[in-house]
Design a protein. Structure first.
Ligand code: ATP
Ligand code: MG
Length: 364
């Protein structure tokens, strides 16, 4: 069986370092590993509209921002198909059929949808499209017969729901769909990077982010005003590293080379953590180190973005061509699905012959 990746992002803002460690960095490694037959990377604009119906301009503006971030981190259109969800009508059609395989109660139990509904303060007025987006996400994944979905931890319930849909579809209609596997980051700190405000998750919709395209001055400002251990008041106090976003970011980003270059008193992060825990290491010093690490990691990304920003028509063209390739693949799957569901009336010669025979007999 071929190995296929499908993953993507909602164009609700520029991409941030949470996306980078949660998914983007891994995608680029997988792309360059040569182990996959096909890689599809989707800008999920139709999904973004499910909770931004009144703000289509926001979604429209952010298509190019996400595409620039993709190219900046090293996704390569020669190796990965970059495309836009709404341009593939087959995805909507698949969603419609999958809706029959999912109960309202099952959707209501999805913990990510539950917490997102709370976060968006929908109360009783949840848009149906938003409520059912896990189904549309299953359509996105299965349309490409994806075997691997590299995403952050918040997507776990979506992939689980997708696997259930595939299982149900295949058991009713025959094996037409492929069950995908989630690929989570190995590094625990990257599963769900917290926001700079110490909130559970860095998220475009909350605005507690450090963006990949952030200017050096702004990165520094955000790092220096980050939330840390609230009980670490004086330098000599023992500090906590577990729920401390500064240390979580360091766990996600700092490599031994960074210590050699920016903090030679320590060989690695474990030594720095131990110093902080026993007391005697101030927050300002740790934040300055984090700033240096982030500057070193983000500079090449920002520079590459600046290059691509000089040729925006090229970037739209990449998405257009990618969308054409993606549509061809999704159309093939939709045709398999319709055949499996027996809604391929006009190309089913057996059906036509059978119905003819039935009426022939009656006439005789
Ligand atoms: P929105 O607030 O609009 O939902 P978002 O910031 O949650 O935006 P998405 O486009 O929903 O971003 O997610 C894109 C990918 O990035 C997903 O694979 C998701 O798991 C991952 N991701 C998002 N935020 C984080 C984070 N803070 N830490 C790790 N991974 C993340
Ligand atoms: Mg999200």
């Amino acid at each position: 069986m071929s190995k296929v990746i499908l993953t993507g992002d909602r164009p609700t803002g520029k991409l941030h370092i949470g996306h980078y460690v949660g998914s983007l960095r891994r995608r680029v490694e997988l792309q360059n590993s040569g182990e996959f037959d096909d890689i599809f990377i989707m800008i999920a604009d139709a999904q973004a509209l499910t909770d931004n119906a009144e703000n289509p301009e926001k979604v429209r503006q952010n298509i190019i921002e996400v595409a620039l971030d993709y190219l900046a981190v090293g996704l390569d259109p020669a190796k990965s198909t970059l495309f836009v969800q709404s341009q593939i009508p087959e995805l909507t059609e698949l969603s419609f059929y999958y809706m029959n395989l999912v109960t309202v109660a099952r959707l209501q139990r999805n913990p990510t949808v539950k917490s997102e509904i709370q976060m968006r303060d929908f109360k009783a007025s949840i848009p149906v499209g938003f409520f059912t987006y896990p189904i549309s996400q299953a359509a996105d994944i299965t349309a490409f017969k994806a075997t691997t979905v590299p995403v952050g931890e918040d997507q776990e319930p979506m992939i689980e729901q997708c696997r259930e849909i595939v299982h149900k579809f295949n058991s009713i209609y025959g094996e037409a769909l492929v069950e995908p596997k989630i690929l989570l980051p190995d590094n625990k700190a990257c599963l769900r990077l917290p926001g700079t405000d110490g909130q559970a998750k860095m998220s475009k919709s909350i605005g507690n982010c450090i963006y990949l395209s952030e200017s050096p001055e702004s990165i520094k400002k955000k790092v220096m005003s980050m939330f840390t251990d609230p009980n670490h008041l004086r330098v000599e106090d023992p500090g906590e590293v577990e729920n401390n976003p500064v240390f979580i970011y360091l766990t996600a980003f700092a490599r031994d080379e960074h210590f050699a270059e920016f903090a030679p008193d320590y060989a690695n992060l474990d030594e720095m953590k131990a110093h902080y825990q026993r007391g005697g290491l101030g927050d300002v010093k740790v934040k300055k180190f984090l700033n240096n690490v982030l500057q070193a990691e983000l500079e090449p990304i920002r520079k590459r973005r600046e290059e691509f920003q000089k040729d925006i028509p090229y970037v739209y063209d990449v998405l257009k061509k990618g969308s054409e390739v993606a549509e061809e693949r999704a159309a093939q799957t939709l045709s398999d699905v319709k055949k499996a569901m027996k809604i391929d009336y006009f190309s089913d010669e057996e059906l036509i012959a059978m119905q003819s025979a039935k009426y022939q007999e009656n006439n005789d």
